[in-house]
Ligand binder design. Structure first.
Ligand SMILES: Cc1cc2nc3c(=O)[nH]c(=O)nc-3n(C[C@H](O)[C@H](O)[C@H](O)COP(=O)(O)OP(=O)(O)OC[C@H]3O[C@@H](n4cnc5c(N)ncnc54)[C@H](O)[C@@H]3O)c2cc1C
Length: 256
């Protein structure tokens, strides 16, 4: 039996500019027909764009059995950024098999979601899927008031020049009573700071939170991608929790 991760060829059916920095791509075609969803709300896939071999990771904003929606942030430079900025309709990309990390305990009475623009697709899908009160902090550079489900309890935060200040935001949160689940994603250095805060200051058990570095600021450094897939496989094989696997991924990116 092959241990290679599944890959699906997919055609870009439509492209829509949702805001200055957010582009919606709708993928479809026969190759996607047997895509297997995890059905978890922060589900992501790898995306390989034409003429490239490096993978970038994107949240599945929605999958209806024939069409997959990915909402792609276009930032200053970048492999997918530059491709998605242009007219990519009709082009064929490769999608890798879905993975997910969201693991809300059954007894959770509330959910807190914190993230930057790259996390907004996942925060929208999580908000649609959970049944308990959900509070969102979204650090975005554009006006995306209509992006989240109607009635979402959201605090919009400006993106500070050159990065993110989500770690400071989390330190000021007035936490609800009772047990709940905290989900957060964004720039890796911010996420490392938050993990420390949750462990040392809030002393939360790791089953009550999920904190993921979605991208790494390389300001002043040479960017180098680290493929999370082998780290995810090795971590799962050795019985590590998702939190430990994400911490390993951040450490690998830090070393690269
Ligand atoms: C599980 C997971 C889910 C994700 N879901 C989404 C999603 O739904 N939508 C989405 O847009 N992104 C998402 N991301 C983040 C996305 O994979 C990265 O932002 C990716 O680096 C973008 O690729 P690129 O080719 O455009 O830029 P790259 O070629 O990777 O990077 C080029 C330069 O841009 C910088 N950079 C990268 N990302 C950002 C950013 N977001 N803001 C500012 N500078 C940046 C890098 O530091 C580098 O200097 C997700 C990541 C993970 C791990």
């Amino acid at each position: 039996m092959s241990t290679r991760a599944r890959q699906y060829p997919a055609e870009v059916l439509r492209r829509e500019q949702l805001s200055e920095h957010l582009v919606r791509l709708v993928l479809g075609g026969e190759g996607l027909g047997d895509f297997v969803s995890t059905d978890l709300p922060d589900e992501w896939v790898g995306l390989v764009v034409p003429g490239q071999f490096q993978v970038r990771y994107y949240t599945v904003r929605s999958w209806d059995g024939s069409e997959m929606v990915l909402d792609v942030v276009v930032h200053e430079t970048g492999l997918v950024t530059e491709w998605a900025r242009g007219d990519c309709v009709g082009e064929t990309v490769t999608i890798t098999e879905a993975k997910a990390s969201f693991a809300m305990p059954d007894e959770a009475q509330w959910v807190l979601l914190v993230g930057d623009l790259t996390a907004l697709p996942a925060m929208a899908r999580i908000t649609e899927s959970v049944k308990v009160p959900t509070r969102i902090w979204a650090e975005v550079p554009d006006d995306l008031a209509g992006y989240l489900p109607v009635g979402s309890d959201v605090t919009w935060l400006d993106t500070p020049p050159g990065g993110s200040a989500l770690a400071e935001t989390v330190e000021t949160i007035d936490w609800p009573q009772g047990s709940g689940y905290f989900w957060m994603a964004g720039e890796s250095a911010q996420m490392r700071a938050i993990r420390k805060h949750l462990m040392r200051v809030r002393q939360m058990p790791s089953s009550d939170y999920d904190v993921m570095g979605y991208w790494r600021s390389t300001a002043g450094r040479q960017p180098r991608a680290v493929d999370p897939a082998p780290i995810h496989r090795a971590g799962k094989a050795s019985g590590k929790s998702d939190q430990q696997i994400w911490a390993d991924y951040d450490a690998a990116r830090e070393e690269s």
